[in-house]
Design a protein. Structure first.
Length: 651
């Protein structure tokens, strides 16, 4: 993938300047202005972020902007006291934003709901009160497993209001993944729904939670939101532990005063895959994350009062946290939220939503764009997309061909595109064009955001044209550790170079200073914009009674960017039947979730290894992508790889 991508981008010579119409009203309206502000933010980052933070509400001002003494456990806005919901909700109530739509929601079956800022404030206050009555208090961890319904935002904000730490688990994860995350965070409460719609079917979320928390003694309460009016979807209710959301809300009071939390208090945990079998609970705290998501949302999406902003991500991933919930609400924006699949009931659904609500800013993933391309131009053509003024992408490198299609067919060749590079760990966007200022090149995330000292380095921390992406100093949105594992935090992110952050991505910087992100350089595969650790999947396979060894690799995939291929060695006499193959697919769905399913499972009597026993994944990738085999001289047994190659080609 990376090689192919590198070849294409090296040949890319197209340039797109911000259209005059856009530049005229943009918050940042020329490249010179960006450069001036960027210079200031790098020369005096503390002064820069100090003045941004002053735009927000604090109960007590910070003593210092940044404390580096405990590096890499940096502290931002030291001793400042705030509550993010004060900034996302209360702050807007005395302004014209009070009666403006905060969330315009559409369910997959077609229902519509609009919550104004006041409505959202009211719901969040009531739910915060209900949480307090259940005894949820500052620092408690709360797991949230919900479909894309407004109550997902309400639940997150209510946790934040009482100072509890939310841990949202994407509703595509399996019961066992819920269990692992709940146990790791020792969550007391789980918030779920009776069900949610996806591709015309109801996902039985409550049932999955019931299975997931069976072994979790830490869970004392489960709150269940009824997804639709009328009878709930069938689900089991455990007396004493389970509560209906609407019953709790019926007896809750407003206002519920926000907890005054410290800048450095945890806001949320979000689990993400790494290079070991165990997902990491990424810690985000309050002050820095709030300031950074507020500022990036405003400038990257050039948000104005009249915008109708739609980020199509699921709130279960970080994009939804930062750019559906916290960033847009802190800016008083109107956000569209859609529950279901882009091709239900047909492939025009997204464009129908854009037309229906007059979406002006649209933010999606390259994998979705490639699916739209495959479905055909006739779908967007059926709808009036004239309201759009800005497009964005996130989650994986975008191939120039998909970028051009997005530009022409969705943006009608007049909307700038912001290709935003960032990660769960970074909290917000770090490398991105600014739509009124940056001339874009298809496939490049262009330049670092304010205060971001990005570089492409070699292993010795020397700058190079093609190498590893590095962030050379802390930034406000940064993670504050891995839950329960400070050593892993230091080793994963801060040990490659002295005092610099290592994101795990390869990158190239061209002669004009543009950054081109090439993809992961570790054993993390980006499948349709979702991070999956190959080690995580391998350990799932070997947990199966019939499997003794497995190697999982990422391969290029037309729509998903990357897909997974699993090579599996079975125990002694076990035969690799199609039934067993099916069982192993189901096993992965059960252990992680369907989104982590490999494209192929190949049974192999042995795996290519070096003489010291290390699996040579490079050769497996060559086989899977149909290339001539690379250097095989270090193999312990060269026949293994030949056999495997023949078998793969047969299949
Ligand atoms: O490899 C990079 C890729 O996605 C990874 C982060 O994944 P995750 O934590 O799940 O967050 C995704 C949403 C922010 C990165 O290490 N990635 C993200 N955005 C881009 C990207 N790769 C290239 N270009 C991007 N714009």
């Amino acid at each position: 993938m990376a090689d192919k991508h590198l070849d294409t981008i090296l040949e890319e010579s197209r340039r797109f300047s911000p259209p005059e119409q856009f530049t005229k009203d943009a918050h940042i309206s020329s490249f010179a202005e960006y450069q001036k502000m960027y210079k200031k933010s790098i020369e005096d980052p503390q002064g820069f972020w100090d003045s941004v933070a002053k735009e927000l509400h604090w109960y007590k001002k910070w003593d210092r902007v940044l404390d580096e003494s405990g590096a890499p456990f940096y502290k931002w806005f030291v001793n400042g006291k705030t509550n993010i919901t004060e900034n996302c909700l209360d702050r807007h109530l005395n302004t014209a934003t009070r009666n403006k739509a905060a969330i315009i929601w559409e369910g997959e079956p077609g229902e519509e709901r609009v919550l104004t800022y006041w409505d959202l404030w009211y719901e969040v206050n009531k739910f915060a009160h209900a949480l307090s009555r259940l005894g949820i208090k500052k620092g408690d961890r709360v797991a949230i497993y919900l479909p894309m319904i407004p109550e997902l935002a309400v639940a997150m904000l209510a946790c934040a209001r009482v100072g509890a730490v939310h841990s949202v688990i994407f509703a595509g994860f399996s019961a066992e993944s819920i269990r692992d995350r709940v146990l790791d965070s020792q969550a007391r409460l789980v918030i779920t729904a009776d069900g949610g719609w996806r591709r015309g079917k109801v996902l039985p979320l409550k049932g999955i939670v019931d299975d997931g928390v069976k072994e979790c003694d830490c869970v004392t309460d489960v709150i269940v939101i009824k997804r639709s009016p009328g009878e709930p979807f069938p689900c089991h209710f455990q007396e004493g532990r389970d509560h209906w959301y609407h019953d709790l809300m019926d007896v809750a009071f407003v206002p519920h005063q926000p907890e005054q939390v410290d800048s450095d208090d945890m806001l949320f945990l979000l689990y993400t895959s790494g290079t070991t079998g165990k997902p990491k609970g990424i810690i985000h705290t309050t002050g820095g994350y709030m300031v950074y998501t507020y500022h990036t949302t405003k400038h990257v999406f050039d948000l104005k009062a009249k915008d109708v902003y739609w980020c199509t991500a699921d709130v279960g991933w970080v994009t939804g946290h930062s750019y559906i919930v916290y960033g847009p609400l802190a800016n008083g924006a109107t956000c569209v939220m859609y529950e279901g699949a882009p091709n239900t009931p047909d492939e025009g659904r997204f464009w129908k939503i854009v037309e229906r609500y007059g979406v002006t800013v649209f933010y999606t993933a390259p994998t979705a764009i490639r699916a739209f391309m495959k479905w055909g131009d006739e779908w967007p053509k059926k709808y009036d997309l004239g309201s759009l003024r800005l497009l964005g992408t996130v989650g994986e490198p975008i191939n120039p061909e998909a970028w051009m299609w997005y530009h022409e067919k969705i943006g009608n060749s007049r909307c700038p595109i912001v290709d935003t590079w960032w990660q769960t760990e970074t909290g917000g966007i770090l490398i991105t064009p600014l739509p009124g200022a940056t001339t874009t090149k298809p496939g490049s995330a262009t330049f670092p955001y304010f205060g971001i000292d990005a570089a492409v380095l070699d292993g010795d921390s020397k700058e190079t044209n093609a190498g590893l992406l590095a962030i050379r100093r802390p930034w406000p949105g940064m993670l504050h550790g891995i839950y329960g594992d400070p050593e892993r935090y230091k080793a994963t992110y801060w040990s490659k170079w002295d005092g610099m952050y290592f994101p795990g991505d390869g990158a190239k910087k061209d002669k004009d200073g543009y950054f081109w992100i090439l993809g992961r350089v570790d054993d993390v595969v980006n499948v349709a914009g979702h991070r999956i650790g190959t080690a995580e999947l391998e350990s799932v396979f070997v947990e199966h009674k019939d499997v003794v060894e497995s190697a999982v690799i990422g391969v290029a995939h037309d729509i998903k960017g990357q897909g997974l291929v699993a090579f599996v060695t079975l125990a002694g006499s076990v035969e690799g039947t199609p039934e067993l193959q099916k069982e192993l697919f189901q096993w992965v769905a059960k252990k992680i979730g369907k989104f982590a399913l490999p494209e192929k499972i190949i049974f192999s009597a042995d795996l290519p290894k070096t003489r010291s026993g290390k699996i040579m994944r490079r050769l497996l990738r060559d086989i899977a992508e149909g290339r001539a085999l690379g250097n095989v001289t270090t193999l312990a047994d060269a026949s293994v790889v030949e056999e495997l190659k023949n078998k793969y080609e047969e299949e």
